[in-house]
Design a protein around this ligand. Structure first.
Ligand code: ISE
Length: 329
């Protein structure tokens, strides 16, 4: 059975998802797209042989849509996920599930009220499918470096998305490390604190970089520097410090160039090349679960809620001069 997917939001991420579902992921086809920029939806619909819809609700309700991918702006996710639930359509919602904690809770409650055999909502925390993070998680699970003590992460973008602020850095970008912290250790984050030094002059809309501390229920501390205007390259790092050693994500360049007394490599310009394989594996796993009518192996609505709860605590800490703040689950 080929899964006919409708894609909501065909900007950078949505069009990447649509093209991969059409040409790379087996068992799927893109039957429908929609975007507030109708010309963008029409162009992609023409490219893929799909139908362009005038609204997310019309796409979600369409008979030719078996499942939905939401890649619209973060603040639109909650209403669109709720519409998928009302139409009983499986949905892969890009992170975050919603930037707002109450919206995440409403989604989890609405899904639970349906009492369906399998949850409909999956959340696009794609690093869970990145081969490097999968290897890291296996090492943590087997105490390969001894019992984990601390995690050091860096998440650096070349340039921030327009229209964001200091809170968006947390809900849209750091949300990945928040999920990684939960997923790596299978442990809830119980306390956080937010810190900052000087801020780059390259983005007056936000404090940048930020330093986030996340402590889980087993006492493991994650230290995350997040710098969304780093300029030098897209650079994601993760190192787990254990009793007997340390394990880190390996650098991901494909080549090194040795020339004129220099040896150099290149950073990716953004997350898309760095996590292309993670997105492919995530989408394939989602489609395979739909075709086999088994539960999705992706992050759940509860994972989305938990991540946004941690983000909310970090924002509270930010507003309270970095005070240690308990996470309200
Ligand atoms: C984006 O959605 C991502 O997934 C990237 O990993 C992150 O670096 C970027 O800031 C997000 O907007």
């Amino acid at each position: 059975m080929t899964i006919r997917v409708g894609v909501i939001g065909v900007g950078v991420m949505g069009s990447d998802h649509a093209r991969a579902l059409q040409h790379v992921v087996s068992g799927a086809t893109v039957s429908a797209v929609t975007d507030l920029a109708a010309d963008r939806a029409d162009a992609l619909a023409g490219e893929l042989g799909a139908r362009a819809f005038g609204s997310a609700d019309e796409l979600i309700a369409a008979d030719e849509v078996d499942a939905v991918v939401i890649a619209s702006p973060d603040h639109r996710h909650a209403a669109q996920v709720m519409s998928c639930l009302q139409n009983r359509k499986p949905v892969l919602c890009e992170k975050p599930l919603a930037p707002n904690l109450d919206d995440c809770r409403a989604i989890v409650d609405a899904q639970n009220d349906l009492a369906l055999p399998h949850p409909l909502v999956s959340v696009g925390f794609m690093r869970r499918f990145d081969p490097g993070y999968v290897e890291l998680a296996a090492a943590v699970a087997t105490d390969a470096v001894g019992e984990a003590l601390m995690v050091r992460c860096s998440h650096r973008n070349v340039a921030s998305h327009p229209g964001g602020d200091s809170a968006a850095t947390i809900t849209n970008t750091a949300i990945h490390e928040i999920d990684v912290a939960r997923w790596l250790f299978k442990s809830e984050i119980v306390e956080v604190s937010w810190h900052a030094g000087r801020s780059t002059p390259n983005d007056p809309t936000r404090q940048d970089p930020q330093l986030l501390l996340l402590r889980n229920a087993h006492g493991v501390l994650m230290v995350l520097d997040i710098f969304v205007n780093a300029r030098y390259g897209y650079d994601v790092r993760c190192e787990v410090l254990g009793v007997d050693g340390a394990i880190s994500l390996a650098p991901t360049p494909l080549t090194w160039i040795d020339r004129a007394l220099q040896s150099r490599t290149a950073y990716p310009e953004n997350w898309r090349p760095r996590f292309a394989e993670a997105y492919r594996l995530q989408s394939q796993a989602w489609i395979d679960s739909l075709a086999a009518e088994r539960p999705s192996p992706l992050a759940t609505a509860e994972d989305g809620l938990a991540a946004t709860a941690v983000a909310a605590a970090l924002i509270d800490s930010m507003k309270n001069n970095g005070a240690p703040t308990a996470v309200q689950h």
